[in-house]
Design a protein around this ligand. Structure first.
Ligand code: NAD
Ligand code: UDP
Length: 318
């Protein structure tokens, strides 16, 4: 296939480029670098099967030649209010990437009779009242809350995707991605893993927000990419959760990082996020297991071991 990946210079987009090139496809990357980094694609320079467009997907998308699949991953993704790369500080761009960007990508898929996959998120469940979250749960999102610029854009993107599927018969898929980590994360974007692992490698105390009792389930990037590609190759049109169902509190997560890195800096408790930080999050992956025969294989310890060399290099500790 000839596959367009938007958000290609980001964390997940760049890993998808690698995986799909390794599977023998031709890949066209697209990114405007608002939160991504050209270095994430530098190793693909000279690869004849890879090309790149610098473009904002909120504007009309032109790609020369036939496209067989469109993977829409372009969006700011960090909820950290302190980070310039966080969606609180890019509110309009975030809503445009989710709304106008999704519309442009669906239009391109329709014109090419191509399959389409939307990178959605566990955030569409908001601060969930149902646990774990199955795809049938419709969520608890405040439309005017601080996280709404991201959550509602993704919810709109899902609705638009289903409208193109039902009305225009576009061959669409929706992946609801849960917290994922690995090499090529932006060390400064303020998400939990980059913050905590960076602090641990620098021998600093780990900043746990609130009492650290809020839970997440962290998936290693190779597992996630494997699930997304299986979904791309499938015929499933309804949303599918992809994430690791091993749930832990953020305090436990921080303690695991301190243990694996032998950090003596301990833990420091800081004020909880002012945004409505979801208190519990764990994917129900029954559908992924049944439909695409997928489940994660990399546990937290192994995933951290694979991630640490990248962080050390970026911190000048390698
Ligand atoms: P990222 O910030 O590393 O990558 C996003 C990429 O999109 C960046 O390279 C950025 O420059 C690009 N981008 C943003 N707006 C754009 C625009 N208008 N035009 C062109 N490019 C644009 O984030 P990520 O973690 O790799 O996330 C990728 C996708 O996966 C996002 O859609 C995100 O919502 C989704 N997602 C990620 C996670 C996770 O844990 N990483 C969880 C749920 C959903
Ligand atoms: N968190 C934390 N310390 C940090 C960064 C994040 O305790 O330095 C917590 C945050 O409050 C949230 C969880 O880690 O409960 C995951 O945050 P992240 O930014 O990775 O994404 P979210 O899951 O909230 O979208």
């Amino acid at each position: 296939m000839r596959i367009l990946i938007t958000g290609a210079a980001g964390f997940l987009g760049s890993h998808l480029c690698d995986k799909l090139l390794a599977d023998g496809h031709e890949v066209i990357g697209m990114d405007n670098f608002i939160t991504g980094n050209a270095q994430n694609l530098a190793h693909l320079a000279g690869n004849e099967k890879f090309s790149f467009y610098r473009h904002d997907v909120s504007n009309y998308i032109f790609v020369s030649g036939k496209v067989d699949a469109v993977m829409h991953f372009a969006s700011p993704a960090s909820p950290n209010p302190q980070s310039a790369a966080g969606y609180f500080n890019l509110p309009i761009q975030t809503m445009k990437a989710g709304a106008l960007g999704t519309h442009n990508c669906l239009g391109l898929a329709r014109a090419n009779n191509a399959r389409f996959i939307l990178a959605s998120t566990s955030e569409i469940y908001g601060d969930p009242e149902v646990h774990p979250q199955a795809e049938t749960y419709t969520g608890n999102v405040d439309p005017v809350g601080l996280r709404a610029v991201y959550d509602e854009a993704k919810r709109f993107a899902e609705s638009l995707t289903m409208a193109y599927h039902r009305y225009h018969k576009v061959d669409t898929r929706i992946v609801r991605i849960f917290n994922t980590y690995g090499p090529r994360m932006d060390l400064e974007d303020g998400r939990a893993l980059p913050n905590l692992l960076k602090q641990a490698l620098l021998g600093q105390p780990l900043t746990v927000y609130g009492d650290g009792g809020q839970t997440r389930s962290f998936c290693y990037v190779d597992d996630l990419v494997d699930g997304i590609v299986k979904l791309l190759y499938s015929d499933e049109h309804m949303p599918v959760n992809i994430g690791n169902p091993v749930e832990m509190s953020i305090l436990q997560f921080a303690e695991s990082i301190n243990k694996i890195t032998a950090n003596k800096g301990g833990i420091t408790y800081v004020d909880a996020r002012s945004s409505r930080d979801p208190q519990r999050r764990r994917p129900d992956i029954t559908r992924a297991k049944e439909i695409i025969k997928w489940e994660p294989a990399v546990n937290l310890e192994e995933g951290l071991r694979r991630t640490i060399p990248y962080f050390k290099e970026k911190l000048g500790l390698a």
